[in-house]
Design a protein around this ligand. Sequence first.
Ligand code: TXA
Ligand code: MG
Length: 321
Amino acid sequence: MMKNLTNIKMPSNEVIGEALEILLKGGLVAFPTETVYGLGADATSNTAISSIYHLKSRPKINPLICHVASKEMAYTYSVETNISNLLAYSFWPGPLTLILNQKKGSSISKLVTAELDSIAMRFPKNKVFEKIIRQLDKPIAAPSANISGNVSPTTPMHVFEEFNNKIELIIDGGETEKGIESTVVDARGRHPIILRHGPITTEMIESTIKGKVVLKTENNSIESPGQLLKHYSPGKKLIINSLEVEENSSFLGFKDIMPHNKFKGAALNLSVNGDLDEAAANLFKMIRILDKNNSKNIMVAPIPNNGVGVAINDKLKRAAQ
Ligand code: TXA
Ligand code: MG
């Protein structure tokens, strides 16, 4: 029989059992979610969480998201608010992370929260991941499954490209549906504050709470430590808001903004129909593809700055820094 070349496995009861065994002994498992792949560990284990930071080369000041399988599990460790109840009711399970106050005496590792008083909670929409959290009966802390600063993974092969066999098990959930990370909302106050833009848009949140959200400013950006760091960087230079392609570059188009017919280089289209959800789903995957050819730069067409386009532009801006 041919030997498995990778640790990527399709989900089955046996693989779920294997994942639980790894987690219980303090190991790491890569999980599919609806946003991007996560690198997960038992959120109450200092040694397991410490190996996540180590493997990703992640700065210790950048806290992790706790993944839960119910609102009740979230509120075992965090303090509910009116805003968190409304948002969890509307968007969980789904691509929304809520920042809440942590309960006193909580058993979550202090490394997960980077010693902040707050904690990030998310109920992901993925049946396999949900089942594993439920059976572990504890939150699973999981950052995106990439080396810190790199482009986030949206397929199991991306995770393998980042870590090779350093992760014992990568669960194959195919390509992720949303393609970009969850929206992060501080839900502690009277008005929600968006700390990271994502698939749940400002408009969606405002229509749910029937009120205004506060957008993160440069002044309160310290509230989400990870947002201060360089991020989503491909190896090549990214040139955003490009209407035309230059020679020696690859092009990432949108709708009808694509290179002229004579262009010999590589060009991909985020969404021929101009659908922003489709563009988000394709974003990291296409950047990874164009990063691999021998062009010098990746030029990217302008993306409309509404709906999920706000999150796409935010990621492009960081990647182009
Ligand atoms: O979609 C996602 O959110 C993916 C999947 C795997 O769930 N996860 C993800 O994790 O993107 P990560 O570690 O790449 O990003 C987590 C973000 C960081 O910007 C971090 O600073 C912020 O959440 N965060 C975590 N805990 C926080 C806290 N207590 N207060 C403010 N921001 C926090
Ligand atoms: Mg990340």
